[in-house]
Design a protein around this ligand. Structure first.
Ligand code: CP
Length: 315
């Protein structure tokens, strides 16, 4: 595998999930694969889970890891081709990406959207330029529109904990105080549409996601109706796709509570984290046995390790 940026880079989803679960049982079996190979993780935005789980995954595979917080520690990046760089930017992404490719065998990149210009964000300008100019395999650590390592870990978690062949999985919008990207829900929707699950999305009016990602999912504005008989509930806030990046007032009653779990199939509750307690998700849920958010975050290691293992195999 030379690129991991979406579910479309995977031809055998079930075997990738199975591989992640095998690695969980036997984390150090492939240490020889990463010997003398280097992973560079490049962050243009903050991270706890993605940073630590991907490092851990690489170390399990015997790799060396370097981390660069490019937004804080690197030179100010110029993205525009043909720019006369007489302003604040110091280094063009063409050189920055190409130089990083001289130091690493695989590069991971995190680049969030600006949430101002939808066309710019959905063109994946920054991530695509890293891929184009670095010359080595690239794994997305969350781009403007997708978070595939998170979605793989989510699918691994569902596969591991499901109690029926085809569980009902509900992605439900949650309140927040600021505009958040659509990357996690886009990605989760895209992966669930390819998985063997009964998938529903619930959100208040105005928070429709792009149909490029929601595809044939059942979509409703009635949260109670969506949650009925759910086996897994994925809680996540996102800002509007149209008008882009907008947050509408109200909808605080969309926060998941124990009362809302009553009509579910004793649903397991997921969230990619970080989560704002008692805004997105109540204490009573997060501290209950229904919450599997820590287990889910733990599975980030095995998802990343499965992807890196496949990339190492093609070097
Ligand atoms: N879920 C997730 O990607 O967490 P971080 O932003 O902390 O990496």
């Amino acid at each position: 595998m030379k690129l991991f940026s979406s579910v479309n880079d995977i031809t055998d989803l079930n075997s990738l999930v199975a591989e992640a679960l095998q690695l969980k049982q036997n984390p150090y079996a492939w240490q020889h694969l990463g010997k003398n190979k280097t992973l560079a993780l490049v962050f243009l935005n903050p991270s706890l889970r993605t940073r630590m789980s991907t490092q851990k995954a690489a170390l399990n595979l015997g790799m060396n890891v370097m981390v660069l917080n490019l937004d804080k520690e690197g030179w100010a990046l110029e993205l525009q081709d043909g720019a006369i760089m007489n302003g604040t930017t110091v280094e063009h992404i063409r050189e920055a990406a190409a130089v990083l490719g001289q130091y690493a065998d695989i590069i991971g990149v995190r680049s969030f959207p600006g949430l101002k210009d939808r066309d710019e964000d959905y063109s994946e300008n920054i991530f695509s330029k890293f891929v184009k100019y670095c010359g080595v395999p690239v794994v997305s650590l969350e781009s403007a529109t997708r978070h595939p390592l998170q979605s793989l870990a989510d699918l691994v978690t569902i596969e591991e904990l499901k109690t029926k062949q085809r569980p009902k999985v509900v992605l439900t919008w949650a309140p927040h105080v600021k505009a958040l990207p659509q990357a996690v829900p886009n990605s989760f929707a895209e992966w669930m549409c390819k998985a063997d699950v009964d998938f529903t999305i619930a959100h208040p009016k105005g928070y429709e996601l792009s149909t490029d990602f929601t595809q044939d999912a059942t979509i409703t504005n009635n949260q109670d109706e969506a949650l009925a008989d759910a086996d897994f509930i994925y809680v996540k806030n996102w800002s509007a796709y149209e008008p882009y990046g907008k947050v509408f007032p109200g909808n605080e009653d969309w926060m998941l509570t124990n009362d809302k779990l009553k009509n579910t199939n004793n649903a397991k509750v997921m969230h990619c984290l970080p989560v704002r307690r008692n805004l997105e998700l109540s204490d009573e849920i997060l501290d209950s046995e229904n919450s599997i958010v820590i287990h889910e975050a733990g599975n980030r290691v095995w998802a990343a390790q499965a992807v890196l293992k496949r990339m190492l195999a093609t070097l």
